[in-house]
Design a binder for this molecule. Structure first.
Ligand SMILES: [Mg+2]
Length: 292
């Protein structure tokens, strides 16, 4: 039984969870369906890693809005052949991340699945009223920033698909503290979490704001095990991509995480990448998960 926290008045064990939002806050709600064979493979990742990643997706969305997560809900479909040991590992990964970021598992459901493991995760967060970071605020002249390094998840997938490695566990850390810092300091004009790949996530910001963007390829912080191509188009790094007016001075690190300026918002509707002095159209080539 979950121990009631400050925000969770009643957790697991009653018909509903009873949740309390801080005064003057609005609720943030996000859901993510993680399906075996599409979002993860049990032969490629450990149960702990899969549990962690299923929750990380939702927490990253809360981070992108500048919010603070409160509670998570997990509905799990399990084939009868899945062993208890695997389920225990899944929960270790899921609950490990939850406790690290002060999120309570406040409810959920389980059922037998006839087609692989299915994990449906809902995360509830809160943000002061009217202060959520949206995708839509980018204006021409704003600078574009990313947290951390890009392309690591895509590089690991490349290595798994090519048979170079048998297993690969990557535990992305949702950038909750960075998102909160950006909101509190009123720095970001627009924000999104990098789940589908930089090219695609940037296109979402551009579309929402009715603007274009130019990225400097040499400025993109590529993970040492990855490549520029994977950093531009690979997904699931769960870093934050955000814009800020040119007048705002940003520190090199926020909450201990490196911040890199990679380009600028411009007028128009198209996104370009400048590489070796050439200006190329940046196509939004999103993350295809394990599908070819
Ligand atoms: Mg998102």
């Amino acid at each position: 039984m979950a121990r009631p926290g400050k925000s969770v008045s009643v957790g697991i064990g009653d018909d509903c969870a009873v949740l309390r939002l801080p005064r003057g806050h609005e609720a943030l709600v996000t859901t993510d369906f993680s399906l075996e064979g599409i979002h993860f493979r049990r032969d490629w990742q450990s149960a702990e890693c899969i549990g962690h990643r299923c929750l990380a997706r939702g927490l990253s969305d809360i981070a992108a809005m500048g919010g603070r997560p409160i509670a998570a809900f997990l509905s799990l479909g399990l084939p009868s052949a899945v062993q208890q040991r695997w389920v225990d590992g899944f929960f270790r990964g899921f609950l490990g991340l939850a406790s690290k970021l002060n999120v309570q598992l406040a409810g959920g459901d389980t059922a037998e699945s006839r087609s692989g493991v299915l994990a449906d995760v809902m995360v509830l967060g809160s943000v002061p009223r009217g202060r959520a970071l949206l995708r839509s605020g980018a204006r021409p002249g704003d600078q574009i920033y990313v947290t951390g390094e890009l392309g690591r998840s895509a590089a690991s997938l490349r290595d798994l698909m090519s048979g170079k490695v048998r297993k690969s566990d990557i535990y992305p850390e949702p950038r909750i503290a960075v998102g909160e810092w950006l909101r509190k300091n009123r720095v970001a004009s627009a924000a999104i979490d990098q789940s589908d790949g930089l090219s695609t996530d940037l296109s979402h910001i551009c579309k929402a704001g009715g603007v274009g963007a130019v990225i400097e390829a040499s400025a993109v912080p590529v993970h040492p095990e990855s490549s520029l191509e994977l950093a531009l188009h690979g997904g699931e790094d769960y870093e934050l991509l955000f814009t800020a007016p040119g007048s705002k001075r940003l520190p090199g690190k926020i909450a201990g995480i490196r911040i890199t300026q990679i380009g600028e918002i411009v007028k128009g509707r198209s996104t370009h990448v400048v590489t070796d002095g050439r200006r190329l159209r940046l196509q939004a080539r999103g993350w295809q998960h394990f599908r070819r």
